[in-house]
Ligand binder design. Structure first.
Ligand code: ADP
Length: 261
């Protein structure tokens, strides 16, 4: 019985890890497909370029279906945590986020003066933010507001006692709130289950929040979700503070990829 329990645990962990890479890859393929689709609309119907674009679209779609089959074999990159300034990360991503959300959703960034640097993997934090933004977009089909807040948080022993998965200490909080449809308690209870989704086939993979959860946990932080049906959702990531560096001394983040609307 012990072996099969361990096996089940192993399978679940595998699913989570391999699912992560397919999910990221799908996000990137959406960038490729969106841009190709846009390019296709911009050229004449008799253009000699058209068959090439059509072929590229076919390739990107084929890639998207392959990622599904590769789930069982792919392996996720290990985390490479380093001190980063989350304000700078947000600044570097704000164009991308606004583009992802479209004009009918307003993006508001609430920055904190003297924000501590966080000890996290920069790529993973960006992909977590993108996941949360895509979920917020899906939750606000008729528009709304997305608020991203960063703040220093000290979690005391009392808080840690109430949340068993948390150790007390200094954290950098990254909160993403939307004014969307919210979640029922039944949905909220299941969002960290790999492959749990309420979205249509092809729209949701059910891997976004499990990835965010895994990332926070592996980083030594944690994630909390508050949601009210009809009111909206807030996802709070508590990421460990990096000691011995000041944010202003950190390198600026690179230019992020741009997602088409
Ligand atoms: P996916 O987005 O592919 O469905 P996730 O793991 O990111 O996978 O989310 C799981 C489910 O949680 C979603 O299908 C949706 O029902 C719910 N959900 C996640 N984020 C939000 C949000 N911001 N507002 C409302 N529901 C959400």
């Amino acid at each position: 019985a012990e072996t099969s329990a361990r096996e089940a645990q192993r399978m679940q962990a595998m699913g989570q890890l391999t699912g992560g890479i397919a999910h990221d890859f799908n996000n990137l393929l959406a960038v490729v497909l969106g841009s190709l689709e846009l390019a296709k609309r911009c050229i004449e119907a008799d253009s000699p370029i058209l068959p090439r674009i059509e072929r590229a679209i076919w390739g990107a779609k084929r890639g998207a279906s392959l990622t599904q089959q590769l789930l069982a074999f792919a392996r996720r990159q290990p985390l490479a945590p380093a001190p980063i300034d989350l304000s700078a990360t947000l600044l570097g991503m704000s164009d991308l986020l606004q583009r992802t959300l479209g004009k009918h959703i307003e993006v508001q960034v609430v920055d904190a003066a003297g924000l501590w640097p966080a000890m996290v993997d920069a790529t993973q934090v960006e992909s977590a933010l993108l996941n949360l933004t895509l979920n917020a977009r899906d939750a606000m089909p008729d528009g709304g507001r997305l608020t991203i807040e960063v703040a220093n948080k000290v979690l005391d022993t009392d808080y840690a006692r109430q949340h068993t998965e948390v150790s007390p200490g200094d954290y950098v909080m990254l909160a993403v709130s939307d004014t969307g449809i919210g979640m029922s308690p039944e949905v909220l209870a299941r969002v960290f289950e790999p492959f749990f989704t309420t979205k249509d086939v092809g729209k949701g993979t059910g891997l976004g929040l499990p990835m965010v959860f895994g990332f926070a946990k592996q980083s030594g932080g944690h994630v909390k979700i508050y949601s009210e049906p009809g009111e909206g959702t807030t996802v709070r990531l508590y990421l460990p503070r990096a000691f011995g560096v000041t944010s202003s001394a950190l390198p600026r983040p690179g230019t992020p990829v741009e997602l088409p609307r």
